[in-house]
Design a protein around this ligand. Structure first.
Ligand SMILES: O=C(O)CCC(=O)C(=O)O
Length: 303
């Protein structure tokens, strides 16, 4: 059946998520997996070199447009644009994240996360963004593996983005409720799980012996600040070749500030050239190392 964008937009507004099936072809999946695996290896190396901020306990990194053409081309995906435009009309890239669940090495899931690092049902944003059927932020989780209850499929509490009668925790003080109506969203490699991150969600534990890999294209309403200065971090090699649409997504002309308190860990490919000085981030309420400091450490590893 042909994909109906209006139906999927309705699902996002009513349930907080939708599943777009069969969106990425086999050869593109292979290229994206290679990019993600390179980024995972770079995280491992960065950890060995002492970059052991809490965010790196989670096998994840931002700024995936630096990890090759397949990742860059994903920013042109027509269904991602079609659905986001239907829901938000105007939007920009907030973050571009690889989200992996490491394979089990024994009986218990490895790389166990502490609550404050994002496992357990949580909203990525609460006040003032919860309660609205229409999203201010929209995450497109591009599945690079078949995603199952065994390997850490994402749990979602359908419709929870619309709740207005909950007493909300300070951002980062994640709830510990067990979410009786939570559903685990299984998918095939090549499907896209589109999620309003104000909907309660969590990755599941990975009990399997292989990785569960997502690429998360994270978009926000046009007036909201991005997680990073994407245009500067993408640097000249990306700036030279992108379309006008991708340039607008990365916001080459943005003169603002970055999101104040995010899980902003990233690694860049060896020798990656950024452009100038990325604009400053506001104070980081979650006590995580800012992207600016990380970038400075990459340029001057001795500090
Ligand atoms: O990896 C997942 O399944 C969900 C990721 C998540 O919880 C998040 O991005 O906040």
């Amino acid at each position: 059946m042909p994909l109906n964008i209006e139906d999927h937009a309705y699902s996002v507004m009513s349930s907080g998520y939708t599943l777009l099936q069969n969106q990425i072809g086999e050869s593109d999946i292979t290229a994206l997996r290679e990019a993600v695996d390179q980024a995972l290896a770079a995280i491992g190396k960065a950890r060995e070199q002492g970059r052991n901020y809490p965010i790196f306990n989670y096998p994840s990194t931002q700024c995936m447009y630096c990890w090759g053409d397949a990742c860059l081309d994903l920013l042109e995906h027509e269904t991602i644009h079609g659905l986001t435009a239907e829901l938000m009309r105007e939007y920009r890239l907030w973050g571009y994240n690889m989200l992996a669940r490491a394979p089990s090495t024994g009986g218990s899931p490895p790389g166990a996360l502490k609550l404050e690092e994002g496992i357990g049902l949580h909203q990525d944003f609460s006040i003032p963004f919860h309660g609205s059927p229409r999203p201010f932020y929209l995450w497109h989780f591009v599945c690079l593996d078949d995603v199952t209850p065994e390997n850490g499929a994402t749990w979602v509490v359908p419709g929870s983005h619309r709740a207005t009668d909950l007493s909300l925790p300070k951002h980062g003080a994640h709830r510990t409720f067990t979410g009786g109506s939570a559903q685990q969203i299984c998918a095939k490699a090549g499907d896209i799980l589109t999620l309003n991150p104000c909907c309660y969600h969590t990755p599941g534990p990975n009990y399997s012996h292989s990785w569960r890999r997502y690429l998360a294209v994270q978009l926000c309403y046009i007036t909201l600040p991005p997680l990073h200065d994407h245009w500067s971090i993408a640097g000249p090699s990306v700036q030279r070749k992108v379309s006008i649409r991708t340039r607008k997504m990365l916001r080459g002309d943005y003169e603002g500030f970055a999101y104040p308190h995010a899980a902003s860990g990233y690694v860049l490919p060896d020798g990656w050239e950024t452009d100038g000085n990325p604009f400053a981030e506001a104070p980081n309420e979650m006590g995580q190392h800012s992207a600016m400091r990380q970038l400075a450490a990459l340029r001057h590893p001795e500090h």
